[in-house]
Design a binder for this molecule. Sequence first.
Ligand SMILES: *[C@@H]1O[C@H](CO)[C@@H](O)[C@H](O)[C@H]1NC(C)=O
Ligand SMILES: *[C@@H]1O[C@H](CO)[C@@H](O)[C@H](O)[C@H]1NC(C)=O
Ligand SMILES: *[C@@H]1O[C@H](CO)[C@@H](O)[C@H](O)[C@H]1NC(C)=O
Length: 474
Amino acid sequence: MSRQTCCAGIVFTICVLLQRGRMSWSQLQPRRAYDTRVNVTAVIEELLTGYDNRLRPNFGGPHLPVDMEVEIASFDTISEVNMDYTLTLYLTQYWVDSRLRYEDFYDAPGDFMTLPGDFAERIWVPDTFFANDKNSFLHEVTEQNKRVRLYGNGSIEYGMRFTTTLACMMDLHNYPLDTQNCTVEIESYGYTMSDVEIFWKRKKDSVKGVMNVKLPQFDIMAFDTQVTIESLSTGDYKRLSLSFKMARNIGYFIFQTYLPSILIVMLSWVSFWINHEATSARVALGITTVLTMTTISTGVRSSLPRISYVKAIDIYLVMCFVFVFAALLEYAAVNYTYWGARAKKKAKKYKENHTPVKSPETVFSNEGETDELRMSPILSLRNRQNKYSDADRMTPAFRMTSPGHRYGYVGRPNQKRPQQRRKVLQNLKSRARQIRMALPKIRDVNIIDKYSRLVFPTAFIIFNAIYWCYYLFI
Ligand SMILES: *[C@@H]1O[C@H](CO)[C@@H](O)[C@H](O)[C@H]1NC(C)=O
Ligand SMILES: *[C@@H]1O[C@H](CO)[C@@H](O)[C@H](O)[C@H]1NC(C)=O
Ligand SMILES: *[C@@H]1O[C@H](CO)[C@@H](O)[C@H](O)[C@H]1NC(C)=O
């Protein structure tokens, strides 16, 4: 009897244990590693039932920390006229919402579930905005560039890709030798620090891809992350800022502005080597260079906003303009002094004309005699006429010494007397004088031109040295 009851009892307990075992087995089933039998749709629906996406996680409790991560996809444009710049970036925000914990009843493959952007509309997400944003758009090709990653422990990773135009007040005092500091300001729109506090996820490492960015007009020298607190009338807000230090590439301006300006200034100096009687040539050169400088400065200004202060490029262009203008004025001075002197000589000559005999000095004088030749700006013509007149008006001394010259060298050399030797010397001297006179370049240089040839280039070199030292090293 006792044996039978004992057996029955053992069978009963085994049955009970088996029953329990089966029950707990079926309960444990979903907690195992990925199992196709689990209905994921049911899991998500389960998470969202009773979920109010208007309430932040820990509502009414401690503030919610939200971590930020930024990756720069591209820097698109930097506009001085609008004082802004455009970039495309990936922004990822991390926070924990304990209401979305599912690790207790579902073990997701790879630890998380990746859900499309629409899911973000059904859960609470931070109201992050860019404080200096002018215009932004989310990319929608081929689908909205947004994703949500849901971890079993309730961690959420919310990523998106968008293009934004951000204001950047540039200081153009040193333009185009300037460096700019442009920022990305991230802030929560509605939640003060007591509700939501934003952080950089890993300090400076939260920003990626900055050094891979290539810009046509700028080099990104450095970037920096900061955290500040904005105190507004509605409360204190945490603000994350990412700043870029960008140095402008001078290359474009060297070829577009500086080099042409330098060449135009040098071109204006050509005038000092042109005979001062060639009025039309020198005036044309002066006016052309002045007008070209005006054109260059107009071109530069068209790509800039109408800033009232003086920029580095303005100083350079204005100085080049001053140099070119001074070269034109220099010609005015040369011309004035020349014609003034000539008028005086004319008056003198008028007096001398009343004496019938011409002194050898007036014959030799370069000015005063050849008025009609002076009027011709063509050098060759003047030279030809000069040669002519020189032959015509050979001094008696020269005419006499010419045969002497023949005798001196071809004739009888043994009959050298001190008188003859003197004659030879005289002959040589007058020859030299004649040659000197035949060179119009030496003869016609105005004293102002002579000094300008030295003063203008020297002044320009000094100006350049000061300018480049000041803007590049100070
Ligand atoms: C998963 O759950 C949903 C909602 O509970 C239900 O409509 C669907 O039929 C289930 N699918 C499977 C394969 O069990
Ligand atoms: C949640 O899980 C993820 C992945 O395992 C981990 O990186 C994260 O730190 C966890 N979060 C919390 C709050 O434990
Ligand atoms: C930009 O300017 C801010 C404020 O002056 C400064 O704190 C930051 O370090 C600068 N950024 C860089 C990259 O130098």
